[in-house]
Design a protein around this ligand. Structure first.
Ligand SMILES: Cc1cc2nc3c(=O)[nH]c(=O)nc-3n(C[C@H](O)[C@H](O)[C@H](O)COP(=O)(O)OP(=O)(O)OC[C@H]3O[C@@H](n4cnc5c(N)ncnc54)[C@H](O)[C@@H]3O)c2cc1C
Length: 298
């Protein structure tokens, strides 16, 4: 049961990705208290959700940093300003109150009141492109994963990877080199990924380190409580059952702007205009003039 009293703050930030987190720092310097809302269960946006172990090379002053470490550093940097978080909830509606403040309500009914709002929602909420297998929802997080957050969890396992792009190729190579038994399934014979990765996968396949099945698709999943096997259909007519611990359908992620699209913002190709060279986008009408430096700062 949600509290009757809304959470009150000076600056409400929608989106706790790197842009939203850094906005806390900048607002903190102006002595503004912040509260962040994010649909994901943890702060960090795409960096913690999609690629926490990937090195990033284009952060000024850091020659190389893992995405997850960058977020940890940002959390440390903003800790002195003690921001509040509403996580695992999607900001759904914004209503202007008589006193000029904004009331933001989430999909779970949590209400937030603030005189200023910063929208740092990136491209919105990322959702995986799922293959059309009727019972796939049943096995999600019980053997079926759409992203590899921590490769250590997949070491030394039997894994079926489906897809033909960079993500499928790179994880097939990495996991095969870290002791997993990989079966790679692709519906064509040509791959879309980087030529070097394609060559590596073909080499691993010809040397028997991974099993490569082309002109094929995973069409069925079974197991009791957890995934135990997948059905692979080859050339549309031949079925093969493969025992597996994990199925990774890596067909990419598509961003859904979600409720942000309904808030009357000036959007151009899913971006707020004007778009500065930064990733924080402010709802300009929502910012009191005295805090406009925030727009530049983040
Ligand atoms: C695989 C991959 C590798 C990348 N590598 C690099 C790199 O090396 N260098 C680089 O500079 N960039 C890289 N990027 C791009 C980088 O991740 C983005 O530019 C960055 O995440 C943008 O930060 P952000 O805070 O604006 O948005 P995001 O990180 O997208 O965070 C936005 C947050 O807003 C939340 N949100 C959206 N709508 C709502 C709502 N209505 N209610 C609640 N929460 C909401 C989302 O859940 C999300 O957590 C990469 C991206 C990917 C996918």
């Amino acid at each position: 049961m949600k509290s009757e009293h809304p959470i009150q703050t000076d600056l409400l930030i929608i989106g706790a990705g790197p842009a939203g987190l850094f906005a806390v720092f900048e607002a903190g310097l102006l002595k503004m208290r912040c509260h962040l809302i994010d649909y994901l269960p943890q702060p960090g946006g795409q960096l913690t959700e999609i690629y926490p172990k990937k090195p990033i090379y284009d952060v000024p002053g850091l020659p190389s940093v893992l995405a997850g470490d960058l977020i940890q550093n940002l959390m440390e940097q903003i800790a002195p300003f003690a921001p509040g978080f509403t996580l695992g909830e999607r900001a759904e509606t914004i209503e202007k109150q008589e006193d000029g403040r904004f009331l933001v309500t989430t999909d779970k009914g949590t209400r937030h009141l603030a005189p200023a709002i910063a929208i740092a929602g990136g491209l919105g909420v990322f959702e995986p492109r799922k293959p059309p297998i009727s019972n796939i929802d049943e096995f999600e997080d019980k053997g079926v994963f759409y992203i590899v957050k921590d490769p250590a969890e997949f070491a030394n396992k039997k894994i079926v990877i489906a897809g033909g792009g960079d993500s499928a190729l790179d994880w097939a190579i990495y996991l095969a080199e870290h002791g997993s038994e990989i079966t790679m399934v692709h519906r064509r014979t040509e791959f879309r990924g980087a030529p070097d990765s394609v060559e590596k996968v073909e080499h691993l396949a010809s040397s028997g380190q991974i099993k490569l099945i082309t002109n094929a698709q995973v069409t069925g999943l079974s197991g009791s409580g957890r995934l135990e096997s997948v059905t692979i259909t080859i050339n549309d007519n031949q079925e093969q059952i493969v025992k597996t611990d994990v199925f990774l359908p890596l067909f990419g992620l598509s961003p859904k702007l979600g409720p942000i699209a309904n808030w009357g913002l000036d959007l151009d190709k899913m971006r707020l205009s004007p778009t500065p060279s930064t990733t924080v986008r402010m709802y300009r009408g929502f910012m009191p003039s005295g805090t406009s430096t925030l727009m530049k700062a983040s």
